[in-house]
Write a protein that binds this ligand. Structure first.
Ligand SMILES: Nc1nc2c(ncn2[C@@H]2O[C@H](COP(=O)(O)OP(=O)(O)OP(=O)(O)O)[C@@H](O)[C@H]2O)c(=O)[nH]1
Ligand SMILES: [Mg+2]
Length: 580
């Protein structure tokens, strides 16, 4: 795929390109970094779609304050108490909130009813908040309008961050990633839990604007816990986050008494009050999100490179296994081993060695003159099917054996590496059966033989050679040509050498007598080349099962390049913003 990269586009355009490029990244091979690469891409896409892109697109949209923290810490009750309406479900059942709830000022619904932020969540408008109901789903977000929320700020009541329900945890993390600011709610009993602190450290690293609420604090405990919590926040780089301690109490309307959360309300109102302070919150969080995004480039590229390396290694092994098979076929064609046994016997039956050899001794010139008398009763009728079939058998058996060698080599190599096993299995499932392979090998040789006979018939075009060819017979000339192609004694031993040598000389002489030396050389060369091309195509059929399975992995060098380039452009854009 190709993802266009503009040289100096605005930051939003660069980030949209980055998002598309990340969507095209694939990590199908189970290498050590595959999971982390996949997770990083999915986190970054969420972060871009849920927060960074919408915030760049409309810097003046109301701030989204996500209320997050462990189950039972009182997040839903806090939202209700801030707006003094019972819109969020709050109960003794753990966990209570499954479907996130977004409360916005009456005139600001338009910013949230569209899919501008959190595009993956369906919108449910209004509705009662006293219970979550059986239809509450984590793929939805409920939108409620309330005059209790200051303009320029929306509150989002989130499911618990360390839930026993996996979907809650995932959703809470996604919501926090979409936030302009976090209102982090914990309790005196839970404030030292590990998971919230891991999230808080991440928040510090992302430089997100944040408030921490120590909620449901029993009388007298606040003064003990507060210094410890402050110290921990300080240690994690969150010393600037205001800390609000709220004692456990309910008023007559089942809200946290207004005076207990007055300081928090004032802080939020201060942020929402004017566009300058809102913009400064949005810019701080956006900048942090961008830095966090840029910091993950290395992890994504490393995982992509790992995929590319693993794929290239498999591709290389595939090519080498089949190149070795092709080479072995070529050697068998060249070394004379195909002339063994059956082929030679059949050829000798055709020509009757003794008589031919004697005639040959008198030389090619006189051989030509006497040729017409050779095959008494008409040379053209001499049967050569035995030679053709013997060659077909011998070549086809050799071809199948070489293809199977390549398959076995590849199986040995790929079985020994975890990343290659699933591709091996998929490729083997799409391979032709042994019967189909044997039939294809026999067909390949028969087709070659047919084209070789056509070559022989079309070569002797002038009158004299046509007459000579007719007297010898096209089939005999064809069989002789095959013998000449395979004639070499390099791979033969002992008695085979003598027999094959003599027979090959005989075949050569017959052809020279009919066509002349030059034409024989050309025909031999052409027919041999044709054979190698056809056997190459035969082997290719098997290797294609593997190359197709490698191709569907969609591990694409250009995607890696597009990601690296868009990251580089985003880095430049971020640098410019910081210097402004
Ligand atoms: N008395 C008193 N009860 C509180 C206070 N805060 C929370 N509760 C009670 O604690 C229980 C849990 O409160 P929720 O608001 O449902 O807690 P949550 O954090 O939203 O929990 P999840 O939705 O499960 O994540 C409810 O029964 C609340 O009434 C408080 O300040 N005072
Ligand atoms: Mg809740």
């Amino acid at each position: 795929m190709s993802i266009p990269v503009v040289s100096e586009p605005d930051t939003g355009a660069v980030l949209r390109h980055l998002c598309s490029a990340l969507e095209a990244a694939r990590f199908p091979l189970p290498g050590p970094h595959a999971e982390s690469g996949k997770d990083a891409c999915s986190d970054l896409i969420h972060q871009l779609e849920d927060y960074i892109l919408p915030r760049y697109a409309s810097l003046d949209a109301p701030l989204l304050a996500v209320v997050g923290g462990p189950t039972g810490s009182g997040k839903s009750l806090l939202v209700n108490s801030l707006i003094r309406e019972h819109v969020a479900s709050s109960s003794a059942i753990r966990p209570t909130t499954r479907r996130p709830l977004l409360v916005h000022a009456p005139d600001e619904g338009k910013w949230f009813t569209s899919q501008r932020v959190l595009p993956g969540l369906a919108r449910v408008l209004g509705g009662e908040g006293t219970s979550e109901g059986a239809d509450a789903s984590g793929d939805e977000i409920r939108l409620v309008s309330s005059a209790g929320v200051p303009e320029g700020l929306a509150l989002l009541d989130s499911p618990d961050i360390d839930s026993v329900v996996e979907e809650n945890r995932r959703l809470a993390a996604q919501l926090l990633a979409a936030a302009d600011l976090w209102i982090f709610v914990t309790t005196a009993a839970r404030y030292s839990d590990a998971i919230p602190w891991a999230l808080l450290s991440e928040a510090a690293q992302r430089n997100i604007v944040m408030a921490v609420i120590l909620n449901r604090v029993p009388t007298g405990v606040g003064s003990q816990v507060r210094p410890d919590l402050s110290r921990r926040l300080e240690e994690r780089g969150l010393g600037a986050a205001p800390l609000f301690v709220v004692s456990e109490a309910l008023d007559g309307e089942d809200f946290i008494p207004a005076e207990n959360i007055e300081a928090l309300r004032t802080w939020l109102a201060g942020i929402a009050e004017d566009s300058a302070s809102r913009a400064s919150v949005a810019r701080q969080t956006l900048g942090g999100a961008m830095d966090n995004l840029l910091a993950r480039e290395g992890g994504v590229l490393e995982a992509l490179d790992e995929q590319l390396t693993m794929r290239a290694r498999m591709q290389d092994e595939l090519s080498r296994a089949f190149a070795a098979a092709e080479q072995a076929v070529k050697e068998s064609v060249d070394d004379g081993t195909l002339l063994r046994g059956e082929v030679l016997q059949r050829w000798q039956e055709v020509v009757g060695t003794g008589e031919w050899m004697r005639k040959l001794e008198s030389g090619v010139a006189s051989l030509r003159d006497r040729m017409s008398g050779w095959f008494r009763g008409g040379g053209a009728k001499v049967a050569t099917a035995g030679v053709d079939e013997a060659i077909e058998d011998s070549l086809a058996t050799m071809l199948v054996a070489r293809a199977e060698d390549a398959l076995a080599t590849l199986e040995d190599e790929w079985l020994s590496r975890p990343e290659a096993v699933s591709v091996l299995t998929a490729s083997q499932m799409s391979l032709r059966s042994s019967e189909q392979r044997e039939a294809a090998a026999a067909r390949t040789i028969r087709e070659w033989q047919r084209s070789l006979v056509e070559l022989v018939s079309s070569t002797g075009k002038d009158k004299k050679s046509t007459a000579r060819l007719l007297s010898v017979g096209v089939n005999v000339a064809g069989a002789a040509l095959m013998i000449v192609i395979f004639a070499s004694t390099a791979g033969l031993t002992g008695g085979e050498v003598a027999v094959a040598g003599g027979t090959a000389v005989l075949a050569q002489r017959v052809l020279e007598a009919v066509f002349g030396d030059d034409a024989v050389r050309r025909m031999t060369c052409h027919a041999k080349q044709d054979l190698l091309e056809r056997t190459g195509a035969f082997l290719e059929e098997d290797s294609r099962s593997f190359s197709e399975c490698l191709a569907v992995l969609e591990i694409d060098e250009s995607v890696r390049e597009a990601i690296a380039q868009t990251f580089a452009s985003a880095r430049v854009a971020r640098g410019k913003e910081q210097s402004q």
